[in-house]
Write a protein that binds this ligand. Structure first.
Ligand code: UD1
Ligand code: MG
Length: 463
């Protein structure tokens, strides 16, 4: 058996003519959650959708998700994915669960991959190896994906015979001491030809410790027909399942570690990789630098050479090359920074474009706004975009200069090259190249402060 590589975003060749059954009818009680277990996110994306992306990339013909309790949540999450659901009303075991997919797979030809919704990171390469092994000249009938995790816990064990042939599959509950000591564990995932699958499932009984219909039993049933089921080995990361919040957190961490390695490999500088958190869809260009403690929410794309300083939180943002962000910046969905734009500390942006070379360097809120090329947004500028009912837009022209502590009460526009005096509350449009000052006029009273101080001291009896 050889181990497969499991990168986060491995590219695989399409594989013709196979179906997928994803089991997701289990209760997931140990999560203690109102959210269905397989919808808990890793890197911001539900586990089940990670898995479906992998099988989609491989080109599955038919995809059936077996659902039970909480099926409404799954059906909502799967809307638009072109997936069939099959209902397992009562959870009687993994073999019984797969049986529920028989109607949805009527007429299906070729291999069926049986996968688990709570084991999201099996790679396309490994699935492809399973399919290829199933089609081997020895016609094994069943290919089981196994792994040798550092701690085998209560996984079922795979007892090998000659070469990769399986002599026995045994559930932990049913295993003796010697069998429990075997390192090779059943991931639960299998490849079986659709022509055989349902015939073998129909023969599975429930005479075992859990009184459940065990899917691994089809291995022995296939052997009864003279076939020689085999195991292939995947990495522990690929076969790691989630049953509890702790396992969810560990798998998230494993995913992040791999993603950080991938980012470094692809030419990004992460000064402290362990403190950078990615989303499943984060796009990073070459030669960008990410300082410590940066969190990427979903929908972020960062072009070559951008610089993200420490403690920034970035979500739904498009950052062009040569941009600088942070430290302590918050970019929310719809933030677009064009080439060379800069966003500094304690600046929040939402649904706003910062044109080429524009700057908002300190303490600002820029929401529902369009900021032109090379405009300068002074410290403490606020776009007042919300009147309590509706959002309104602010448009700032190219080369405009907004003085510090300005409130721009939207809807409002500042023309190209205009200057707004510091401390202004701007409620009317400002024409191009003009100066707008909207604040109380300054008055001066010569000697007033001195007189005031002397009077006050005299009252207190201080000379
Ligand atoms: C199963 C395997 C075990 C393997 C382990 C790997 C069996 C009998 N045992 O055990 O050999 O090491 O997975 O994680 O197959 N499910 C249903 N309907 C059911 C029962 C389960 O849809 O009636 C789904 C669950 O949602 C889950 C998957 O099948 O996605 C596995 O079920 P689970 O109960 O976790 O099986 P294990 O006891 O872990
Ligand atoms: Mg399990």
């Amino acid at each position: 058996m050889e181990k497969g590589e499991a990168p986060c975003h491995g590219e695989v060749m399409k594989q013709a003519g196979f179906s997928v059954v994803v089991l997701a009818a289990g209760q997931g009680t140990r999560m203690r959650s109102d959210t269905h277990k397989v919808l808990h996110p890793i890197a911001g994306k539900p586990m089940l959708l990670h898995l479906l992306d992998t099988v989609d990339a491989l080109g599955a013909n038919r995809r059936v998700v077996v659902v039970g309790k909480g099926r409404e949540q799954l059906e909502a999450a799967l809307a638009g994915h072109g997936v069939t659901t099959a209902v397992q009303a009562e959870q009687k075991g993994t073999a019984h669960a797969v049986q529920q997919a028989s109607e949805a797979l009527t007429g299906a030809e070729g291999p069926v991959l049986i996968l688990y919704g709570d084991t999201p990171f099996v790679t396309g390469e490994t699935l492809q190896r399973m399919i290829q092994r199933l089609g081997g000249s020895d016609d094994p009938g069943v290919v089981v994906l196994a792994s040798s995790p550092p701690d085998g816990k209560t996984y079922g064990r795979v007892i090998l015979g000659e070469d990769d042939r399986i002599s026995k599959m045994v559930e932990y509950k049913d295993a003796n001491e010697a069998e429990r000591a075997v390192k090779l564990c059943n991931s639960g995932m299998m490849a079986v030809a659709s022509a055989d699958l349902f015939r073998w499932l129909a023969q599975v009984g429930n005479d075992n410790a859990a009184h459940e219909y065990y899917l691994p039993d089809i291995v022995m049933i296939a052997r009864g027909e003279g076939r020689h089921p085999v195991a292939i080995e995947g990495e522990a990361f690929e076969t790691a399942g989630v049953n509890s919040r702790a396992e969810l957190a560990h798998l998230e961490l494993d995913w992040q570690r791999r993603r950080r390695e991938e980012a470094l490999e692809q030419g990004a500088t992460l000064i402290d990789p362990e403190s950078v958190w990615f989303s499943a869809d984060t796009k990073l260009g070459r030669d960008c630098t990410i300082e410590p403690h940066v969190v990427f929410g979903s929908g972020v794309s960062i072009a070559d050479g951008a610089f993200i300083r420490a403690f920034s939180h970035i979500e739904g943002a498009t950052i062009s090359s040569g941009c600088e962000v942070g430290p302590f910046a918050r970019l929310r969905p719809g933030a677009v920074l064009e080439e060379g734009a800069k966003v500094g500390n304690f600046v929040e942006m939402k649904k706003a474009r910062l044109g080429r070379g524009a700057k908002a360097n300190h303490l600002s809120y820029i929401g529902d706004a369009d900021v032109g090329t090379k405009a300068n947004i002074g410290a403490g500028t606020i776009t007042c975009n919300y009147d309590g009912f509706t959002k309104h837009r602010t448009v700032i022209g190219a080369g405009a200069f907004i003085g510090s502590n300005t409130s721009l009460v939207a809807p409002v526009s500042i023309g190209d090259g205009a200057i707004v005096g510091a401390g202004s509350v701007v409620t009317k449009n400002v024409a191009a190249d003009s100066l707008a000052v909207a604040r109380g006029e300054q008055r001066g009273f010569v000697g007033w402060a001195k007189r005031f101080r002397e009077k006050a001291l005299a009252k207190k009896g201080v000379s």
